[in-house]
Ligand binder design. Structure first.
Ligand SMILES: Cc1cc2nc3c(=O)[nH]c(=O)nc-3n(C[C@H](O)[C@H](O)[C@H](O)COP(=O)(O)O)c2cc1C
Length: 330
């Protein structure tokens, strides 16, 4: 295996052989006219349910394995800079293709990746330039999903990647319960819903308001294609005779699970999935235990909803570094 190939399918510019590779592609794109024969919003000629999410075409006078020109996707940026390449394998056609992405935003790249990962096709994207940082910044909390299951092998890959998170003493205190069916999820929705209902009543909300909130939360839980319960195994940490160090050990464990949660969300993002962390289990740990019959030493920390995004939300504002960082350089 190529040692430069990262597990998230991303190569940096340096790793792809430095700029000569991208320079050559730049020249190819500059020297051949882009012909858009499948404009955004039009159906695929053979699979009419597939609608091109962006302009798609080819470079006139170039050659590719399918006998046509080199395929290109064109994004909305005014400058058609080559910013990524997509590699696809089509098991029906039995071929491998390369597509150039010109002037695409991060959201557009995700949209293209999603489009190329449908039917018999599978694709990875190699971003140009500061790939890792752009990639890390492009994760969003996705709360609306397409009604499409997430294959078990993708879930396993994401979870295995999450296990590469750091943890105190490398104890790996994270535990995962993956829910993809309806039955256990319905039990979870019922048990957590009852607890949520009690909390909202104690807050003084009206019956109608409580119904709306509980039903919405339950619906989201039932509709997510895959749900991962993140737990802390409280049995694996060190044990201390004093409360101060015991509390620190507990926090360390929780921090480890949170690390795994973030890696899981990023791994999902790398696989073209979206996800969101839901904090509800923290407020209803016993309801979760009852519904899912988890060991008593597993402490529920959160749910991660996963699925193929219906759309990618706009980025939420981040605080400026000047508000949150203090450099002490003395
Ligand atoms: C510990 C934690 C708990 C969260 N709980 C919820 C939740 O219960 N419901 C929800 O919709 N989003 C939840 N989120 C997602 C945040 O709302 C989201 O990360 C934040 O608004 C920033 O948006 P972004 O992730 O798209 O950048 C949670 C995130 C974290 C880290």
């Amino acid at each position: 295996m190529n040692k430069n190939l990262k597990t998230n399918g991303t190569l940096t510019e340096a790793e792809t052989g430095g700029s000569p590779f991208w320079d050559a592609l730049d020249r190819l794109a500059a020297e051949h006219r882009v012909v858009i024969d499948r404009p955004r919003g039009t159906p695929h000629p053979r699979f009419p349910s597939m609608i091109y999410p962006l302009d798609y075409g080819y470079l006139e006078g170039t050659g590719a394995v399918d006998g046509g020109g080199v395929d290109v996707w064109v994004g909305s940026a005014p400058e058609r800079k080559l910013d990524a390449i997509a590699l696809t394998v089509d098991l029906n056609k039995g071929d491998i293709e390369l597509k150039l992405l010109l002037g695409t935003s991060e959201t557009e790249k995700e949209t293209i990746l999603q489009f190329l990962n449908s039917g018999s096709m599978h694709a990875v994207l190699y971003r140009r330039g500061a790939a890792e940082l752009d990639f890390l910044r492009s994760r969003r909390s996705v709360r609306r999903f397409l009604p499409r299951p997430v294959p078990r092998e993708i879930l396993e890959r994401i979870l295995e990647t999450a296990t590469w998170s750091p943890s105190a003493h490398n104890r790996q205190p994270w535990r995962f319960v993956v829910l993809t069916g309806r039955e256990s999820r319905q039990r979870l929705a019922d048990e957590m819903g009852a607890e949520f209902r009690r909390d909202l009543a104690a807050d003084g909300l009206t019956e109608a308001e409580i119904d709306t909130q509980v039903e919405r939360a339950q619906q989201r839980l039932m509709e997510a294609p895959a749900v991962v319960l993140l737990c802390l195994d409280t049995a694996v940490g060190d044990h201390y005779p004093d409360a101060r160090r015991q509390q620190a050990e507990l926090i360390m464990g929780i921090q480890g699970v949170a690390m795994a949660g973030q890696t899981l969300l990023l791994a999902a993002h790398a696989c073209g999935l979206g996800g969101v962390w839901i904090c509800a289990p923290l407020f209803a740990p016993d309801a979760v235990r009852r519904a899912l019959d988890i060991p008593v030493e597993w402490s529920p920390q959160g749910l991660v909803f996963l699925g193929y995004p219906e759309s990618i939300p706009a980025p939420r504002r981040r605080r400026d570094l000047s508000e949150i960082v203090r450099f002490d350089e003395a």
